[in-house]
Design a protein around this ligand. Structure first.
Ligand code: CA2
Length: 147
């Protein structure tokens, strides 16, 4: 059976391509999903994508992933900076987690400098724009490879 990677997208990422192109680029979330899916397929994985503007939905998606996903790539949106329930859900997930950001939050406003997700992520990809979706999938595939 083909193993599955869960791509999880947080609040407002459904608006990508419509506003703030100077920060987030002109591509829509669907474009990024497609790039991630192509990278996953190239490496023999299936991609499942969930986007929600609600913290609890994302927590539920992480719980459900425990039953079917080998690993998670997550762009939590602004929840990155304060969503401890997402932190706890990811901590309970038994597999690698790659935190992903289009921008580099460390170069932005001080309130974006803290991530509550990073302490439970295996690694972080940030600041590479849309290319980050390919890079994050490739990083996750590397982590899933038997050593
Ligand atoms: O750089 C990233 O990927 C972020 O996770 C994007 C979040 C932001 O809150 C994080 O600090 C960094 C924002 C998600 C998209 O928000 C939009 C707002 C208006 C228009 C388009 C997108």
């Amino acid at each position: 059976m083909t193993a599955t990677i869960l791509l999880l997208s947080g609040p407002n990422l459904d608006l990508l391509g419509q506003r703030e192109p100077e920060v987030y680029g002109t591509a829509a979330l669907e474009d990024h999903r497609r790039v991630a899916e192509e990278a996953a397929t190239r490496h023999g994985y299936r991609l499942e994508h969930r986007q929600s503007n609600h913290e609890g939905d994302l927590v539920d998606a992480v719980h459900a992933a425990g039953g079917y996903a080998a690993g998670i790539v997550v762009n939590p949106g602004a929840l990155t900076h304060y969503a401890w329930s997402l932190h706890d859900a990811l901590a309970a997930f038994d597999g690698p987690v790659v935190e992903l950001h289009l921008s580099n939050p460390q170069r932005r406003e001080p309130w974006r400098h803290r991530s509550v997700v990073s302490p439970v992520a295996t690694g972080v990809v940030a600041g590479f724009g849309g290319d980050g979706y390919r890079l994050a999938i490739e990083a996750l595939v590397g982590l899933l490879r038997p050593r």
